[in-house]
Design a protein around this ligand. Structure first.
Ligand code: CP3
Length: 344
């Protein structure tokens, strides 16, 4: 495997002091890029995920176009429920639909823990191709959804602001819920180990809906399973946990041994640091909608963010995914301000 020419992200995750703060953006491979939209016209969403050449091209676009310090695999968290046997449709501009969600013990019989080398080999092939094409320019981030966030979609069957049906499932049928969560966890561990074997340099776990749970439920329904995943990967690559809205569990998340914790813009970096302690790298936390501001405002607020985190143990990022209507030069201004300002 080729040596990395830019390993700022990996060194920062390990806690080393670096020349400057590394920067990437969640959902950086996506609709705000005209080059992505061209491919979106021609190919369906899962066709883009399943064709290594396309996934590779889309993954590398933001490295070339906005100059981020890491690539993140182009795929989706919902390929895991798909591999487990659930139908997943991605309706463009509407979001995911799972027409036959899991709601009963009988439904659970329709899914299984798959052989990931049979069902998700296309992801591993994409990773190998991406690593080859990146040729060591920047590290490659692999990823998966956290079990709770995947349960949300598998039970609710679609996106939701509250995921009340997913919660009801956990509260009314806890045994079934834990059975499902364990199946997702087992699949995810095998899947992520496969990503690492194929060449992923670090792994991010997306718990987009972690913040919908109370601290107690977050521990019981989400973190318990994330912990298993982090443990399984700990000796292989650094892992990043991004549990949106779950600032209340930063201390517990740091204790899992994850190298990095993602935070959103609803908590001050100083407070997040206090909760998380000094042995973990923090990642975030620019409000994605702030990228719609005029460029001078973006520059000013990025500097304030960098100051608030302080140098070291910080990966600059957004607090959630980039919005599709962000102008490319605004995304570039975000990246360039981090690079220039954190160097000083
Ligand atoms: O970060 C990247 O650039 C890598 C690719 C990536 C995608 N989805 C591609 C995608 C990643 C890391 C994801 C993660 C993902 N997918 C999450 C967790 C992160 C988050 O934002 O909270 C979630 C909850 C999903 C599920 C999902 N996929 C939703 C809710 C949607 C529809 C809403 C939306 O953002 O469009 C998707 C579709 C999706 N996944 C798109 C992309 C680029 C848009 C599809 C399109 O091109 O129309």
């Amino acid at each position: 495997m080729s040596q990395l020419k830019n390993d700022l992200l990996l060194r920062t995750l390990k806690g080393e002091q670096t020349e400057r703060t590394p920067v990437w953006m969640m959902r950086q491979a996506g609709r705000y890029l005209p080059e992505y939209r061209v491919l979106r016209e021609k190919y369906g969403f899962f066709e883009r995920c399943q064709t290594p050449g396309l996934a590779c091209e889309i993954t590398i676009q933001p490295v070339d176009i906005v100059g981020v310090d890491a690539a993140i695999l182009f795929s989706d968290i919902l390929v895991v429920p798909q591999a487990m046997g659930l139908e997943v449709q991605l309706i463009e501009n509407k979001g995911p639909i799972l027409p036959d969600p899991i709601q009963t013990a009988n439904d659970l019989k329709r899914i299984h823990v798959p052989d990931v080398y049979e069902t998700l080999q296309y992801v591993f092939d994409a990773i190998k191709l991406i690593k080859q094409e990146l040729n060591g320019r920047v590290p490659l981030i692999g990823f998966a959804g956290a079990p709770w966030t995947l349960l949300c979609y598998m039970v609710q069957g679609k996106g939701s602001k509250t995921f009340d049906e997913a919660k009801a499932f956990c509260y009314q049928q806890p045994e079934l819920a834990h059975q499902l969560l364990q199946m997702i966890t087992d699949t995810t561990i095998a899947y992520l180990k496969g990503q690492v074997a194929a060449g992923a340099d670090t792994i991010q776990i997306f718990d987009s809906w972690g913040g919908l749970l109370s601290p107690q439920d977050f521990e019981n329904i989400s973190l318990k399973y994330i912990r298993q995943i982090v443990n399984a990967l700990k000796d292989e690559v650094p892992t990043i946990i991004f549990a949106k809205g779950a600032w209340f569990a930063l201390e517990e998340m740091a204790a899992t041994g994850a190298a990095g914790l993602g935070i959103d813009w609803c908590i001050k970096p100083q407070l997040a640091r206090k909760f998380a302690g000094n042995n973990v790298t923090l990642q975030g936390n620019f409000d994605p909608a702030k990228l719609l501001s005029p460029i001078p405002v973006i520059q000013k607020e990025v500097k304030e963010m960098l100051q608030a985190f302080g140098p070291g143990r910080h990966v600059a990022n957004l607090g959630h995914g980039i919005l599709p209507n962000v102008p490319v030069d605004h995304a570039r201004a975000f990246v360039e301000t981090v690079k220039e300002y954190s160097f000083k």
